[in-house]
Ligand binder design. Structure first.
Ligand code: ATP
Ligand code: MG
Length: 379
């Protein structure tokens, strides 16, 4: 039985719909559900009509693909009409609607993703997904080679689910097909590749999956700049939080600019990688004044991330989080008020006073800093 807020209301309006894909898999695996996807044999128009008859909000998300989003109890449910593939080219699929549940399951990627469950809790497992989930096997539905040539993204999806569900050896047929077809990764858009890499890094223990990506030659096609798995393994062993960007900072080697261009990282992501990769300057023995000095230049989350990159120093991190960020108390305006004329000299004096303020551990007051400015002016 799948329990999720709003699902009973939705099922009352669409009793023939089933939960499909990840929510079935994760329910069986005893993992929490982030969202619930549904499928139904009804056409998208019929689904919309049923929802509106039940006074439920709906959004025609992708009518051409058969997807309607229902809004129930503050949750979004995607309801997709059963489909079969008519044509595939490695990246896109042309689909037709069907009322055959098994046909819809057959176009899904892995056996563990191809199960569905109805409102009574009956499980429909056409391809042995339960057994594979129990054994921790990620296996393609049908012939691995064929399924990859239909959609090369499935190579990366394999590693996403391998990272989450497999603790032992990978499925041999999948690996053979991936090795043969790995150049297909080069056809994928950078956005899809990066989004899939982030999902792999979000797995509790992604190390084995990354090693497998390396040994199959897939990683070299994702990022020829290379990667440092031992550094990521050390970060995880230290107990660092599951933070995708922290893990990426530990994993990626090479110029961040090149990587950012290749994977089309957002500016924010690129900046995070740049600044988190700077070696930690704060040892665990740092004094309170050292902490304040560091915080005057750099935000606490960045310093905490850098500390994770270097060692497991819980005390240092607690102190960093608890120390208010010192703010340099002098501004240009204060200097003009002291009679110093506008101009480049103001900036120079401010910089000198700030230097002095930092040296003193960032405790000098506004008054102290003014006095120091006057001293500099007189000199
Ligand atoms: P997650 O918890 O990572 O979201 P998920 O199973 O929900 O896992 P999605 O990427 O959200 O994964 O896709 C939902 C479902 O749609 C999958 O379980 C699978 O059945 C199907 N699916 C998605 N992408 C593909 C694909 N490229 N090829 C075949 N089936 C796919
Ligand atoms: Mg999903």
């Amino acid at each position: 039985m799948i329990i999720f807020p709003g699902l009973d209301v939705l099922w009352a309006a669409l009793p023939e719909a089933r939960v499909v894909g990840g929510a079935v898999r994760d329910t069986l695996a005893g993992k929490p559900l982030a969202d619930v996807d549904m499928a139904s044999p009804l056409s998208p128009d019929e689904v919309m009509a049923r929802l509106s008859a039940a006074r439920l909000k709906s959004i025609p998300t992708g009518l051409a693909h058969g997807t309607v989003t229902a809004l129930v109890a503050g949750q979004h449910f995607e309801i997709t009409t059963l489909r079969r593939d008519v044509e595939t080219d490695g990246r896109h699929a042309l689909v037709a609607f069907t009322d055959d549940w098994q046909e819809d399951a057959a176009r899904r990627d892995f056996t563990i993703n191809a199960m569905s469950m109805d409102r009574t809790g009956t499980l429909y497992d056409y391809f042995g997904g339960v057994a594979d989930l129990q054994a921790g096997v990620v296996r393609f539905v049908g012939d691995a080679h064929t399924r990859i040539t239909e959609d090369y993204l499935r190579i990366l999806r394999f590693f996403r689910f391998f990272a989450r569900y497999t603790s032992g050896a990978p499925d041999a047929a999948a690996i053979a097909a991936i090795e043969e077809l790995r150049d297909g990764v080069l056809l994928l858009s950078a956005e899809r590749v990066w989004s899939e890499v982030k999902r792999i890094l979000a797995a509790e223990s992604p190390i084995a999956a990354l090693q497998l990506m390396h040994s199959t030659g897939v990683w070299a096609r994702v990022l020829p700049e290379g990667f440092d798995v031992p550094r990521l393994a050390a970060l995880i062993a230290r107990g660092a939080p599951v933070d995708v960007m922290l893990r990426a900072a530990a994993l990626f080697t090479g110029e961040i600019e090149t990587i950012a261009g290749r994977l089309k990282l957002s500016n924010e992501e690129a900046e995070i990688l740049q600044s988190w990769q700077i070696p930690n300057a704060l040892p665990p023995t740092a004094s309170d004044a050292d902490l304040r000095r560091a915080l005057a230049d750099t935000e606490a989350p960045t310093l905490i991330a850098r500390s994770w990159m270097s060692g497991n120093w819980p005390e240092l991190r607690t102190r960093l989080a608890a120390t208010p960020r010192p703010i340099f108390p002098l501004q240009g305006r204060d200097l003009t008020e002291l009679g110093i004329p506008q101009g480049p000299r103001i900036g120079k004096i401010l910089a000198a006073v700030r230097h002095w303020w930092l040296d003193g551990g960032c405790i000098a007051s506004h008054e102290d800093c003014r006095a120091q400015a006057l001293l500099i002016v007189v000199k």
